[in-house]
Write a protein that binds this ligand. Structure first.
Ligand code: PEP
Ligand code: CO
Length: 458
């Protein structure tokens, strides 16, 4: 066991280490007061829910289910609005429905939602027309507007983020527990603004077959389809702002410590330093933990990182989310798979085909090409198969809205189209139609990966 692992862990032990990507707050007393308040507020999720997610991830690790994680790059406070939340949940449920019906596999759904408010930045400052201000670090830290006032980090924003997360989660729970998520009511499952495209016709056929099956089940075995009236839906966000994460950590030495601000926190590619505060914080919580794995990590470093986070090799505790880009994946991923396999550590491998494929148009607009996203997904399936490993999930930046942020896809969006409805303040997201198309492509690949199964269940 490394010296770092032997150190006594507490929800505050990360403070002794170097912590990247934190804002610098002027008013330290106010920061303390906010953290104390966070510590006294009710948690957003429960340890039982986190344990339920861990149980479902064990099925993913066993090859019995597929992980679908998606949502905004960064939620904004103004997005905490019923239509936006509903459409985000809807696209994820519809995608999962395509995966379940097409690939005949269980799907574990996790939103980048109800807390995805903090962003890592490549530079601490931004300069516009000779004026230098702190970079925008997400609504939990400061405002995106380029003004002195907006860009000053404000601890009170953590409380607003907590409240917005609670409101979002409250609505998500209500929607996923009944009514809206009830598959006995296919009218809730219609596609909206993409009707009459080839993708929507394929979806409609799937939906009709599925509702027929539900009717047959109800007729021959009344009550057996009760499970189909609700869905499990979990939340995730990048555990970046450690003051906030520590404030929502609950537990004790006997039952263990949980981050109860989300079900599934992840460590970003910029904050996964072995001796850094983020790894220290995450090693002590019982939640399953995601780790973004980008181009700069070596096999040896990755193995050490996994060992640091999961020394007891608890199955399904660590989800490695690789994000190399369509061009780099072929030579970056194979040595990492080999190194982790040789180490004996068990991990779940997930592909994030977004963050390695970001580029700028000639007008300086951040975008991603749909074809690059698809190419990285297909390469990931192939490489895992060739390496005797398994791709167990997908991590996407997407929205249920009809935005124009990524080029290509079924609507064949051009760079000129991007200006029409570009809303993201950070990274470009797949829109509704592009997301559904990805679901169909994934379903095909999963069918190929596993052959036809007969136990299709949600
Ligand atoms: C993100 O997921 O929005 C992100 C910043 O990713 P990464 O840490 O992989 O760069
Ligand atoms: Co992003």
């Amino acid at each position: 066991m490394s010296a770092q692992n032997k150190r006594l862990w507490t929800p505050q032990s990360w403070r002794d280490l170097k912590v990247e990507q934190q804002p610098s707050y002027d008013d330290q007393q106010q920061l303390k007061d906010v953290c104390r308040t966070l510590g006294s507020l009710p948690p957003l999720v429960t340890a039982w829910e986190v344990d339920r997610l861990s149980a479902q991830l064990r099925r993913v690790a066993a090859g019995e289910a597929f992980l679908l994680q998606g949502g905004d790059c960064s939620e904004s406070f103004s997005d905490c609005e019923s239509g936006t939340i509903l459409r985000k949940l809807k696209v994820l449920i519809q995608m999962s429905f395509v995966l379940i019906s097409g690939a005949r596999q269980r799907v574990v759904r996790i939103g980048r939602i109800a807390g995805q408010y903090a962003k890592p930045r490549s530079s601490a400052v931004e300069t516009v027309d000779g004026v230098e201000l702190p970079s925008f670090r997400g609504d939990i830290v400061n405002g995106s507007e380029f003004s002195c006032d907006a860009r000053a980090p404000d601890p009170q924003r953590m409380l607003r983020a907590y409240e917005r997360s609670a409101m979002t989660l409250n609505y998500l729970r209500a929607l996923s527990e009944g009514g809206f998520a009830d598959l006995h009511h296919p009218e809730n499952w219609d596609l909206e603004f993409v009707r009459n495209t080839p993708g929507s016709r394929r979806y409609q056929e799937l939906l009709e077959r599925f509702t027929e099956t539900v009717k047959v089940l109800d007729a021959v075995a009344p009550g057996s389809s009760v499970e189909l009236s609700r869905v499990d839906f979990f939340t995730s966000h990048e555990a970046l702002l450690l003051e906030y994460e520590a404030g929502l950590t609950r537990g004790d030495r006997v039952s263990g410590w949980y981050n109860l601000g989300t079900h599934f926190p992840w460590i970003g590619d910029r904050t996964r330093q072995l001796s850094g505060g983020h790894v220290e914080y995450c090693r002590g919580i019982r939640n399953p933990v995601g780790v973004k794995v980008g181009n700069s990590i070596s096999g040896a470093e990755l193995v050490e990182l996994v060992g640091r986070l999961n020394p007891e090799n608890i199955p399904a505790r660590i989800v490695l989310i690789h994000r190399f880009g369509a061009e780099q994946i072929s030579f970056r991923l194979p040595p990492l798979i080999a190194a982790v396999r040789d180490s004996g550590y068990s991990v779940i491998w997930v592909c994030d085909p977004m963050h390695g494929n970001t580029r700028s148009t000639s007008l300086g607009i951040k975008t991603r090409a749909f074809d690059d996203v698809v190419s990285e997904i297909f390469s990931a399936f192939r490489i895992h198969r060739e390496s005797g490993s398994r791709l167990s999930g997908i991590h996407l930046e997407l929205t249920g809205d009809d935005v124009t942020e990524c080029t290509g896809g079924p609507g064949d969006l051009s760079e000129q189209d991007l200006e029409r409805d570009y809303r993201s303040t950070v990274d470009p997201r797949l829109n509704y139609e592009q997301s559904m198309e990805i679901a169909f492509l994934l379903a095909e690949r999963l069918r190929d990966q596993d052959g036809s199964r007969s136990d299709g269940v949600r």
